[in-house]
Design a protein around this ligand. Structure first.
Ligand SMILES: O=C(O)[C@H](O)[C@@H](O)[C@H](O)[C@H](O)COP(=O)(O)O
Length: 319
């Protein structure tokens, strides 16, 4: 079992790092396997990062599963985060296109879409094999697709309209249905894609295994439309469910459930800004309480979970 978390900080940011992180640039010999450090270095080779390993006790997630791995990347500026996120995503696109002939990518709403902007520019616009992409939403607001609140519209305007992904491989919700109907319909579509081999299944969990989920986190620690204290965080049967009383407007949404998020091969948790520092601090702390935030419940069964953060988002970690 691997309970380590590796930490990488942008070289440009190192002089202003909190002492805790800066001090741990020379890790003791007893730390996590070098293998995991090597794989991170390869993946982020153009991000000008200096990987550092922290001991499990310092950066533990709650009970990681057998093959899960967690990394914390800290960037001095959102611009550098966006550069690294584009390379990370393009590298995974190439890997899965070669391995499976398809790349299943899940988007959230919010600031994540802006963070993907470098993928729409050179070199990625030309080098990524966009024909292999299949795009999904981890959550969607139950509004018409051209509504300002639509996560589909947000992604279309900021990302999808700028890259040549085949239209038939972009899986928006059916906005003519109720929230309950749209969730059931979305789950049916996922099951069809499993049958035809586009979407993988986890051999251990029995839930679909997306290649990459690109997620954001709210200041309250919510991810997808799974909110703190809401009964939906305990849903463990459905793949997709609905919510009628979302504390973040609009109230009606559909969302992937935790078993689907946690069956992913890769999750990028993209979190910036001081407003999220408290939730990041709680999520990364080794002191776990019974009132877990939804982001703390994102524990991959067999995959790699990577935080993409900026200095502001980790500003409470030294405490
Ligand atoms: O539909 C939604 O509301 C989003 O999918 C939501 O889950 C989002 O990812 C987080 O709230 C973070 O949003 P920000 O990055 O904008 O804070």
């Amino acid at each position: 079992m691997s309970t380590s978390m590796s930490v990488s900080v942008s070289a440009a940011a190192s002089s202003s790092l909190p002492p805790l992180l800066a001090r741990r640039r020379s890790p003791p010999a007893s730390l996590a396997p070098v293998r995991s450090l090597r794989s991170r270095s390869r993946l982020l080779s153009s991000a000008r990062t200096t990987p550092v390993l922290l001991p499990a006790a310092a950066m533990a997630a709650p009970a990681p599963a057998a093959s899960s791995k967690r990394d914390l990347l800290i960037f001095d500026a959102e611009e550098n985060l966006a550069v690294a996120l584009a390379k990370y995503t393009a590298d995974l696109s190439a890997k899965f296109a070669a391995e499976r002939g398809a790349f299943t990518v899940v988007l959230s709403g919010g600031s994540l879409i802006y963070a993907l902007r470098k993928l729409t520019e050179a070199p990625y616009l030309e080098t990524v094999d966009w024909s292999k992409w299949h795009v999904f939403w981890v959550d969607e607001r139950v509004v018409p697709k051209d509504h300002e609140d639509s996560n589909y519209k947000l992604a279309l305007d900021g990302f999808l309209s700028k890259v040549p992904i085949p239209a038939g491989q972009v899986y928006a919700i059916n906005d003519a249905l109720s929230a309950e109907g749209a969730a059931e319909d979305y789950e049916t579509i996922l099951k069809q894609l499993v049958k035809n081999g586009v979407l993988a299944m986890s051999k251990t969990t029995g839930f679909p295994r997306f290649d990459l989920q690109l997620l954001g986190m709210g200041p309250d620690g919510h991810i997808a439309s799974l909110f703190p204290g809401h009964p939906l965080v305990k849903e463990n049967t459905k793949w997709v469910t609905h919510i009628l009383d979302s504390p973040k407007p609009p109230p009606q949404r559909i969302t992937f459930t935790f078993p689907v998020i946690n069956s992913s091969a890769y999750v990028a948790m993209v979190v910036t800004g001081a407003g999220k520092a408290g939730a990041v601090q709680k999520a990364i702390s080794d002191k776990k309480t019974s009132d877990l935030l939804p982001v703390e419940m994102a524990i991959l069964d067999d995959g790699e979970f990577t935080w993409f953060t900026d200095k502001e988002a980790v500003s409470m970690l030294q405490n």
